[in-house]
Design a protein around this ligand. Structure first.
Ligand code: GDP
Ligand code: IMO
Ligand code: MG
Length: 420
């Protein structure tokens, strides 16, 4: 049995914290897509740690963590992260498993990401520059190198061949930076990778499922960054939605039980692209300040705005969401009035549907206003004791989406979660 936990907005919904909270109820936590563009923040013994490549179940000693075939893996990031995790007494060589089909991010992928973004000028995606797009391009273009290839004695030859191809592409961009230092650390990290448990991920996970083990598939990014259904071309290069779990881990759709969608009580986006409910005023600034909305991977300020039910409803539909977890509700504690986007006005027409492209049109959000709860909710533990004004806000969202809000996160702390 597999439950999925994924982001319903443009990423950074607080997935890491929620996976860490649920992890004790699962035997395996598995990442199925994305790479080190992810930044998942956890608090362990009160200390903050951001995971980019390792699944968020790593701090639970009895939990197996799997990096699935759908992920693109940066060996250097993985090695550095495993050192950080080791400071907490966790040995990745014991409970971290990596699929042999997982594609590797090469130093030249990072260079190509940078060169491509530079060439786009004003219309750049705002990529994390971690080499995600170029690595996935080599996967679908049938050129990439995979983790299993590390065990092949011809790996270096294969690497050089691909590197030459990349060099020609870099030349065409006019990219001249010296990446030899990146290559050096890359080869060092590959030696570390070879010491990890490299497995045939699809047999590994299916055997566990057959033996009654419980799996949580941990999404990265968010549904609105999905390469097919997000705000293309301002998206990432993987399928971040629940369908990605099947291709990214090698499991059948009927194995999936719950799809838990995580949303903030408001909305943020980092990088370029459409964001209908973005606030460019002091309210947006206040959300950023109170919510400490700065990117966990790049440190960039996140763009902030009101919750967008049109986009959320779309995300619930394409994912088959069965439960919603709402995070960062405490950030709204002192707001007198809250706005909820109910529909979009596009060219004088009102719609509750997300259009196929949002970049070339003006979208005016239509809001419903709610009274804020004006109360510190950070110590609340049960839904029974939330303020009535907050209950109205949550009820409205539940009604609109037709999906229950099962948990509300009311602080970054590990146990700050309001349960039913
Ligand atoms: P992820 O990428 O979805 O895992 O989310 P990030 O870690 O990038 O960003 C979420 C940020 O919000 C992190 O700094 C978390 O520590 C923090 N956070 C998570 N849940 C809550 C919450 O309920 N309240 C507050 N105030 N912060 C939260
Ligand atoms: P987590 O898992 C927020 C955004 C980037 C950029 C676009 C493409 O922490 O929620 P990429 O590097 O993937 O080519 O960038 O996607 N992006 C994220 N935004 N959270 C993330 O991950 C993101 N991963 C990528 O800012 O706009
Ligand atoms: Mg993040």
């Amino acid at each position: 049995m597999v439950d999925v936990l994924l982001g319903l907005q443009w990423g950074d919904e607080g997935k890491g914290k929620i996976v860490d909270f649920f992890a004790p109820s699962y035997d395996i936590i598995a990442r199925f897509q994305g790479g080190p563009n992810a930044g998942h923040t956890l608090y362990v013994n009160g200390e903050k740690i951001v995971l980019h490549q390792i699944p968020s179940g790593i701090f639970h000693e009895n939990t197996i963590n799997l990096i699935g075939n759908g992920v693109v893996l940066d060996a250097v990031t993985l090695q550095n992260e495993s050192k950080k995790v080791a400071a907490f007494g966790i040995d990745c060589k014991k409970n971290l498993f990596v699929s042999d089909r997982t594609h590797l991010i090469l130093p030249t992928h990072r260079a190509l990401d940078k060169a491509s973004e530079l060439s786009k000028g004003e219309s750049k995606i705002g990529s994390t520059l971690k080499g995600i797009g170029p690595a996935y391009m080599d996967k679908t273009g049938r050129n990439g190198l995979r983790v299993g290839d590390l065990l092949d004695k011809n790996f270096t030859t294969q690497y050089i061949k691909l590197r030459l191809k990349h060099q020609r592409m870099l030349d065409s961009f006019g990219f001249q930076e010296d990446i030899s230092a990146w290559e050096e650390e890359f080869f060092e990290a590959l030696d570390f990778m070879r010491q990890l448990k490299i497995v045939n991920g699809e047999y590994f996970i299916n055997e566990k499922i057959s033996n009654g083990k419980k799996v949580m598939a941990e999404g990265a990014q968010g549904s609105m960054l999905d390469v097919d259904f997000g705000t293309f071309p301002f998206v990432t290069s993987s399928n971040t939605i629940s369908a990605g779990v099947c291709t990214g881990l090698g499991i059948a759709p009927q194995k999936i039980r719950e799809v838990i969608g995580v949303t903030k009580a408001y909305c943020t986006r980092v990088g370029g692209g459409p964001f209908p409910t973005e606030l460019h005023d002091e309210t947006g600034e206040r959300l950023r300040k109170v919510g400490n909305e700065f990117g966990a991977t790049t440190g960039r300020p996140r763009r902030c705005g009101w919750i967008d039910l049109v986009a959320l409803n779309f995300a619930c539909m394409i994912n088959g969401v069965t439960k919603v977890v709402m995070t960062k509700a405490d950030v709204l504690d002192a707001f007198e009035e809250l706005h909820v986007c109910e529909s979009y006005m596009i060219n004088g027409k009102e719609t509750r549907q997300v259009p196929y492209q949002m970049t070339k049109m003006s979208i005016e959000p239509v809001y419903k206003k709610f009274k804020g709860w004006n109360k510190d909710i950070t110590a609340i533990k049960s839904m029974d004791t939330i303020p009535e004004t907050m209950r109205s806000y949550i009820h409205h969202i539940t009604d609109y989406l037709g999906v229950p809000v099962s948990h509300i996160s009311n602080g970054p702390g590990r146990d700050q979660l309001i349960c039913n």
